[in-house]
Design a protein around this ligand. Structure first.
Ligand code: ADP
Ligand code: MG
Length: 356
């Protein structure tokens, strides 16, 4: 009986998602740091709205599907995305992005500190709990695999491969395959519980920090992506559903000043902007219902081609700082996110196939 109720709840949820069909955008305002307290220019006029005043005294407000004030912790934030994450068990493709300037809290939302873990860990933890619940009658079998990568200067780096393996790997490229976009040669690990996931996240962090001298500037210039692939098989009917969840901590969205950036730094800057502006272009093309959606213009959008299209679900956290010094960048981020929110992704449908 419980299972039936549960399925009904899920069906309704998916229905709601289908009806909305948009990119959902949640705004999160990080708390002011000690020295910033006198500089706060953010206000919350009503639920779901955020207002900012820039250095010139200009005020503007934006509305989103949800606005998290500075006091919201990661547990509270996760409540808003938990159902979306577990919908991959029903065969959906889901993408969750954290967008915003460096220092706005993207990594805090996705990775989070040990005492208040972020979306990445919570999503997998909830998935496993959910699979156990569904599996009461032994009707469903699940197989879960994860990959962890970063995109830096448009190149994919396997964060689950150690240095030696990375050096052996040929250049990692995105390919279109039978089950959608994938990266041949990328390490895929089968996981059966959340402690394994924690271990992989730690490993990824370690592999990421090796070979870079300044982790902060490195992470602000690269995108990191935790992907979970689920194959659900009904042992009675043979029905199969494949779903995937991409959790993406994007590179900093700050505009790079035109002067003073040269050489390798300029290449990096152009490449970050390439992926972020390509993401913006893809979103815009869909909004305008253009026939051609320019997925291939960046590694990020090409890899996400089948997860950013018609039958997938997309959610973006737009992260902002609460203070005046960052207001110009916050305006840009909020404008970008507000445009993304008007996009219609169309009707979501399941990727289900009957076998056996
Ligand atoms: P980004 O990844 O966007 O560059 P970070 O997540 O690293 O930003 O956040 C910058 C700093 O602000 C970090 O020290 C982080 O711990 C802190 N911070 C960000 N968001 C929050 C939050 N919601 N609550 C507490 N501290 C936060
Ligand atoms: Mg970060």
């Amino acid at each position: 009986k419980y299972q039936r109720e549960y399925r009904e709840r899920r069906r309704l949820f998916n229905l709601v998602q289908e009806l909305r069909g948009n990119i959902r955008v949640l705004c999160r305002v990080r708390p002011a740091l000690d020295f910033e307290e006198n500089d706060v220019v953010v206000r919350f006029p009503q639920d779901g709205a955020v207002e900012l005043r820039n250095a010139k005294g200009r005020e503007k407000s934006w509305e989103f599907d949800h606005v998290f004030k500075s006091d919201a912790d990661n547990a509270k934030v996760f409540e808003q995305v938990s159902d979306l994450c577990t919908s991959i068990l029903d065969g959906y493709n889901v993408c969750i992005f954290a967008y915003g300037q460096t220092g706005s809290g993207k990594t805090h939302t996705m990775e989070g500190p040990e005492h208040d873990r972020g979306v990445n860990f919570r999503a997998l933890d909830r998935l496993f709990a959910n699979m156990r619940e569904r599996n009461h009658g032994g009707e469903w079998e699940f197989e879960v695999q994860v990959t962890l990568l970063e995109i830096y200067n448009e190149q994919i780096r396997d964060l689950l491969a150690d240095k030696a393996k990375q050096q052996q790997q040929k250049k990692l490229e995105v390919k279109a395959g039978k089950h959608g976009m994938h990266v041949p040669g990328l390490t895929m690990v089968t996981v059966t519980d959340h402690t394994q996931v924690l271990r992989l996240m730690k490993l990824g962090k370690k592999n990421r920090s090796v070979a870079c001298t300044d982790m902060n500037s490195h992470s602000s210039r690269s995108h990191s992506m935790l992907s979970t692939y689920v194959l659900a098989r009904n042992t009675l009917t043979g029905e199969e559903a494949r779903g995937k969840l991409h959790l993406i901590d994007l590179a900093g969205s700050e505009r790079v000043s035109k002067s003073g950036v040269q050489g390798a730094r300029l290449t990096e800057a152009t490449n970050i902007n390439k992926s972020l502006s390509a993401l913006g272009d893809v979103i815009q093309a869909r909004a305008n219902k253009q026939g051609h959606v320019p997925f291939r213009n960046s590694t990020l959008t090409y890899l996400l081609q089948d997860s950013l299209s018609q039958d997938s679900k997309t959610l973006m956290f737009v992260q902002v700082s609460p203070v005046k010094t960052n207001a110009e960048e916050s305006f840009c981020s909020l404008n970008f996110a507000a445009r993304a929110r008007t996009v219609e992704l169309g009707k979501a449908s399941k990727h289900t196939s009957k076998t056996g």
